[in-house]
Design a protein around this ligand. Structure first.
Ligand code: KG4
Ligand code: ZN
Length: 336
């Protein structure tokens, strides 16, 4: 039995999770979101200070929920990138201290591999091969994932400009809705007509994404005069999820892969989940999406990657493991 403690501090959520043989045993989450709202985005220094304050209470809580103590832990995993440098540092420093004090291996984990592994906490091990759509605040990628712990991750498509979550956040600002934009835009969209405005779907036929033209189209529409916020929100959301679901299904076809894993903060979006389920159903593709609380940042998803690396016999990271704020996604672990 392998017990892994995972720590996530790449952005504004302080997440700690304990995973036992790939299953979540105890989790704790703190967020500095409320402190960033009035700035319309995450302020790195505020986030880093909040992580410092929240980290130990979260570790204590995760152990309490799991009914465990540090002596039960076999490995420590931490997000080493990508993310905000000062925020990442707080988690990595803590993880190094735990690794040293408890004499257990340390694994530096790529945040996005954590998002992919989040699904295993709910639905068990990933199949031999799958296509993963990662849609978060900072990233939008279509990946081919084989053995997450052992094989390189293949990028089938990436965004050329804004990430999907970033588009939600920017459009929320244009519409005067609260940050973070995803939840507030999708709430506003509930009362709107998704076909009211024909917003553009960029880069048809490509696996790459572009959302800056869509954002500009929303801005032009809003500038032209009084608008129905609900209709704009619904039409914008429909344009985003139509592109995401369409390209993900096309990538599965092209790769001859019948499992799609959809992860990251935007995968919490109700309409995206609904449309992807519909399109995958028609195409005979098995859709795996974690529950919303595991789509957004958390510590258990990082522990899940640590568990896979540990089981695969991956080498532990040295205690001088650096953070890598712009780490490219090539492998689940981050090693120098
Ligand atoms: O994965 P995540 O928690 O953090 C990053 O790694 O970026 O994703 C955060 C992003 C934000 O841009 C937020 O607006 C978006 O996920 N998001 C949503 C929803 N919930 C969160 N976007 C659309 N619909 C949602 N329900
Ligand atoms: Zn994330």
């Amino acid at each position: 039995m392998a017990v892994v403690l995972g720590i996530e501090t790449s952005c504004d959520e302080t997440g700690v999770g304990i995973v036992v043989d790939g299953r979540p045993a105890g989790e704790a989450l703190a967020s500095s979101m409320a402190e960033h709202v009035r700035y319309g985005g995450v302020v790195p220094e505020i986030a880093a200070r909040a992580h410092l304050e929240a980290l130990m209470p979260c570790v204590t809580e995760a152990f309490a929920v799991a009914g465990m103590t540090p002596s039960d832990v076999d490995a420590v995993a931490v997000t080493a990138g990508p993310g905000l440098a000062t925020a990442l540092q707080t988690g990595v420093a803590a993880a190094k201290a735990f690794s040293l004090a408890w004499d257990v291996p340390l694994y530096g984990v790529h945040h996005l591999a954590g998002h992919v592994a989040a699904d295993t906490l709910e639905h068990g091990p990933l199949p031999e091969r799958c296509v993963a759509l990662i849609v978060s605040g900072g990233h939008t990628s279509l990946l081919r994932v084989d053995d997450l712990a052992r094989d390189p991750i293949v990028h089938l498509g990436d965004t050329r400009d804004d990430a999907a979550g970033e588009a939600f956040d920017k459009v929320a600002r244009l519409l005067g809705l609260a940050y973070p934009g995803g939840p507030s835009v999708s709430r506003a969209a509930l009362d709107g007509d998704p076909h009211a405005i024909a917003f553009p779907r960029a880069m048809p036929g490509s696996h790459d994404f572009s959302f800056s033209g869509l954002k500009a189209a929303v801005a032009r529409h809003v500038e032209r005069g009084p608008v129905s916020v609900a209709d704009v929100a619904a039409s914008f959301q429909e344009a985003v999820v139509d592109v995401l679901a369409g390209k993900a299904v096309a990538a599965c076809h092209e790769q001859g892969i019948d499992t799609l894993v959809m992860v990251g903060g935007v995968a919490a979006n109700h309409r995206l989940r609904e449309l992807a389920a519909e399109r995958c159903g028609t195409a005979g593709i098995t859709l795996r999406v974690p529950p919303p609380r595991l789509c957004t940042d958390n510590g258990a998803m990082i522990a899940a990657v640590g568990g896979l690396l540990h089981a695969a016999g991956a080498p532990a990271c040295p205690l001088d493991l650096p953070v890598d704020p712009s780490a490219p996604l090539t492998r689940a672990s981050i090693v120098r």
